[in-house]
Design a protein around this ligand. Structure first.
Ligand SMILES: [Zn+2]
Ligand SMILES: [Zn+2]
Length: 366
């Protein structure tokens, strides 16, 4: 007889999240069940709640990045290196699954994050199909899902403090093609911005400047690696540009990263990059409207390289684990400012939506 599992279900946009009882699934060969230790409430979950993402198969169990222990395995389960995974192992899994490996995006274009078959736990998997999200006491890991052991130095709260924002940041650093000594401006002091500041610093940046707010997030950005911070709430766009120019000898930054999700941030960011610099757009995960820039002044004449950054790949997930292990001294866990049980998820969404804390965590056993 399979046991009962409690999960928080988002029935539809703008509707309260409710706790529902599921049954543990019958595992197929190669399938596993994860006992959730921690999941998170990220910006995506707030977007899901506000109905800002298209093609979401509500009802869903949100929580796309999750960590815990392997509760049950049927048959053999291996990590990507071929090492055997066992019940009781502390693991994380890559939330993206069913990437086909055969389509144009996967093969010729080498953009697997744009594969049309791709599905994501907690976002594009419906609760009608089972336990496909981390706001649940247990998560079904279907055959083929990439599972990795957490390094001994990485606690559950450090992994989830980094969470999806850290995976995105690993991708951002790759897209930014940083050179030693580069000055990097990060627009946004949310989970993505803070992790990007940390990784830019450890990737050899000469100076990392974070623009955002409120003050406690900027303070955390400083602890994670920002050399300078600019408070969005107490400065004008002209003052922010002036500050960036002052930090860069009047030249502008080598690399600007947009992790703010604001159309105005893009307009500011192109002005902050130096001639021949690069601008990585990672925060426009939903449509926040049009930006107005002058292509002559800010792109063509400037010889600016603008790069999008969409989703993450297995390599980003694996490298995020290595980064957490190598930089275990950083306060990753502090990004996950507060932990909520399933019955308090609506409150967690309100707080996350109001941007009161960088990230809320979910402990479904609390
Ligand atoms: Zn594909
Ligand atoms: Zn997320």
């Amino acid at each position: 007889m399979s046991r009962a599992v409690l999960a928080a279900v988002m029935p539809a946009p703008h509707r309260p999240v409710e706790i529902r009882e599921f049954r543990e699934p019958e595992l197929p060969p190669g399938g596993a069940l994860l006992r959730t230790a921690l999941s998170e409430v990220c910006g995506t979950d707030v977007h899901l709640w506000h109905g800002r993402l298209s093609g979401v198969p509500y009802p869903i169990i949100p929580g796309h990045v999750t960590t815990g222990t392997l509760d049950q395995i049927r048959g053999d389960l291996h990590d990507v290196a071929g090492d055997v995974l066992r019940e009781g192992d502390r693991v994380a899994f890559f939330d993206v699954h069913r990437t086909c490996g055969r389509c144009l995006a996967c093969t010729a274009h080498r953009t697997p994050t744009r594969c049309p078959s791709r599905r994501v736990y907690g976002i594009t998997d419906s609760a009608t199909e089972g336990l496909f999200g981390g706001w649940s006491q247990k998560v079904y890991l279907e055959p083929g899902v990439i599972v990795a052991k957490l390094p001994a130095a990485v606690a559950f709260d450090a992994y989830i403090g980094g969470g999806c924002g850290l995976l995105t940041s690993v991708h951002i650093i790759e897209r930014a093609k940083l050179s030693l000594g580069d000055t990097v401006v990060v627009q946004g002091a949310g989970a993505v911005g803070i992790s990007t500041a940390a990784l830019a610093r450890r990737s050899g940046a000469g100076k990392v400047i974070v623009i955002g707010g409120p003050g406690d997030r900027l303070a955390l950005a400083g602890r994670m690696g920002a050399d300078a911070v600019i408070d969005l709430d107490t400065t004008t766009p002209a003052e922010r540009l002036e500050r960036v120019l002052a930090h860069t000898g009047g030249l502008g930054a080598d690399v600007v990263v947009e992790a703010a999700g604001s159309a105005r941030a893009f307009e500011e960011g192109v002005r902050m990059a130096r001639n021949g610099g690069a601008y990585v757009i990672a925060g426009h995960y939903t449509n926040v409207g049009d930006s107005t820039i002058n292509a002559h002044e800010h792109i063509n004449r400037k010889h600016l390289d603008i790069r999008g950054c969409w989703g993450s790949e297995v390599g980003h997930f694996l490298r995020a684990l290595r980064a957490l292990e190598r930089h275990a001294d950083l306060p990753w866990a502090a990004i996950g400012a507060k932990t909520f049980g399933l019955s308090a998820i609506n409150e967690a969404l309100e707080i996350a939506g109001a941007l009161k804390i960088p990230k809320a965590l979910v402990d479904p056993w609390q």
